[in-house]
Design a protein around this ligand. Structure first.
Ligand SMILES: *Cc1c(COP(=O)(O)O)cnc(C)c1O
Length: 352
């Protein structure tokens, strides 16, 4: 071994879902939104100049717009390059205890990667057999708590009382609720930030706002939490948000009607698609996200995943214990889901 290798920080990186290069793909594997951003976003996009200038390091216009949208003050909002960036900053800022942080065994698979990268000890209490968080598991001493609500990749949502119970039992650490999918049918825990100064809510423009390519995420919480995150950010890279993302993010927030309409369409498709999936022998927990997490009563998930891919239909399969017989299927357009159902009908009749 070369001597310098002893000082290399080695981590097992997060594996994102595939972004296939071939054309004609039905892409239901990374929870993107099929409808695209609001029309106004596209208009502004055509008129972006001044790319030679650095962007505003405070992301001021976007911070103000997000604050106004949620009826907060600007000092209660932190903006970053997708919620992945915001979450990584939050891990670095708040999880510095010798005690382990806590997050579920089945959850967003970036959490353990950041914990390893930043050398944060962690424990992963097991979800129950219905993929629900056991809140009592979060009553013990710890260095911080994070969970998504709705959870990923299960889609399972817990109500406000449930979230509050966990926050209340952890008043001496920071609790992060990752609300990447909250717009698809859940109630945000944002109002709890008024009562609990240790609660941080993290959101993204990638899913419900259909802007994954622009990389916009944000956190909301009391000004002390936000200030602490900004101090870390400015110690790392001041110009995180690029100029077009700042402009287009502001534009997206202006069109509430388009936002509600497209989110509503996805919820409708999810309900209809779920019923059809049940008829084919699939079961899944009730989802409040833009995907369902389904298992078939006879045919292994991995076989279905591979057969679908041959037909250029991409869904997500996780080769991990407890979930390696499930598929996470993003809700696309009705037309895309019909094609998937047609494939499933034919494939399952052949193999089962
Ligand atoms: C998609 C997702 C993210 C990351 O979203 P970006 O804003 O695109 O970085 C974070 N958390 C969960 C649970 C997600 O599913």
């Amino acid at each position: 071994m070369k001597q310098w290798m002893k000082n290399v920080r080695t981590v097992e990186p997060y594996t994102p879902g595939e972004q296939p290069k071939e054309s004609g793909v039905i892409k239901l594997n990374t929870n993107e939104n099929p409808y695209g951003p609001a029309p106004g976003v596209r208009k502004v996009q055509e008129n972006i100049d001044d790319l030679r200038l650095y962007p505003d390091p405070t992301a001021g216009a976007l911070v103000e717009a997000i604050a106004a949208y949620h009826k907060l003050n600007a000092n209660q909002v932190f903006v970053g390059v997708g919620s992945d960036d915001v979450l990584a900053m939050a891990f670095m800022t708040f999880f510095n205890s010798d005690k382990p942080i806590l997050f579920p065994d089945i959850t967003y698979s970036f959490y353990d990667v950041w914990a390893d990268l930043f050398r944060i000890p962690y424990e992963q209490p097991a979800l129950d057999e219905n993929f629900r968080i056991r809140k009592e598991d979060y009553y013990k001493e710890n260095g911080g708590v994070i969970f998504p609500n709705p959870n990923a990749p299960t889609g399972v949502y817990e109500n406000l009382d449930f979230v509050e119970d966990i926050v209340k039992h952890n008043s001496d650490v920071v609790v992060i609720v990752d609300e990447a999918y909250i717009d698809f049918g859940g109630v945000s825990a944002l109002e709890l930030t008024k009562k609990y100064d240790n609660l941080l809510i993290v959101r993204t423009f990638s899913k419900s706002r259909s802007m994954a390519g622009l990389r916009i995420g944000y956190a909301m919480g009391n000004p002390e939490l936000i200030q602490a995150m900004n101090d870390v950010k400015y110690s790392f890279n001041s110009y995180t948000m690029n100029r077009p993302s700042l402009l287009l993010g502001v534009e997206s927030l202006k069109d509430e009607e388009y936002f509600q309409e497209t989110v509503g369409k996805i919820i409708q498709t999810r309900t209809w698609f779920g019923e059809e999936m049940k008829k084919l022998g699939f079961t899944f927990p009730d989802s409040k996200a833009n995907f369902i997490f389904a298992t078939h009563n006879q045919v292994p998930a991995k076989d279905i995943f591979e057969a679908a891919k041959k037909e250029k239909i991409y869904v997500r399969f996780f080769d991990k214990s407890r979930i390696n017989n499930h598929l996470r299927i993003t809700i696309g357009t009705d037309e895309e889901m019909k094609k998937l159902l047609a494939f499933l009908k034919e494939y399952l009749s052949k193999v089962s």
